[in-house]
Ligand binder design. Structure first.
Ligand SMILES: [Zn+2]
Length: 118
């Protein structure tokens, strides 16, 4: 089980990551808006700009998913349930939390989960 100090450190990592992602999402949104507002002189320009905009949208979706996980991790720190596996209620190893501070499952359950969601 992680100590209060260790959890505090992880919370800071999460907060920093949260701010980073929020600004990335803003950038992607601006990028998409810009691409969509661009005057397309010919079909080639259009094809290029729409594939860029598609990529930006995928990145934005991935980032907002990560943002949700980070927000729920921060919330679980606040209600003291942080670091507990959502599936088996065991403590998640500190090493795993350091590698992925918003991990919701312990290593064992994560493997089961990935196996089931292939
Ligand atoms: Zn578990």
């Amino acid at each position: 089980m992680a100590s209060a100090k260790q959890i505090e450190e992880l919370r800071q990592i999460l907060e920093i990551r949260k701010v980073q992602i929020q600004s990335n999402i803003e950038d992607s949104k601006n990028n998409i808006a810009q691409l969509q507002n661009m005057d397309c002189k010919d079909d080639l320009d259009f094809a290029e700009s729409s594939s860029d905009s598609f990529t930006s949208e995928i990145i934005a979706v991935q980032q907002s998913n990560e943002l949700k996980e980070i927000q729920s991790a921060i919330k679980s720190i606040e209600d003291k349930s942080y670091g507990t596996c959502e599936m088996c209620d065991e403590s998640i190893a500190l090493g795993r939390l350091k590698a992925k501070p918003f991990a919701k499952y312990c290593t064992t359950c994560r493997e089961i989960y990935e196996e089931e969601n292939k």
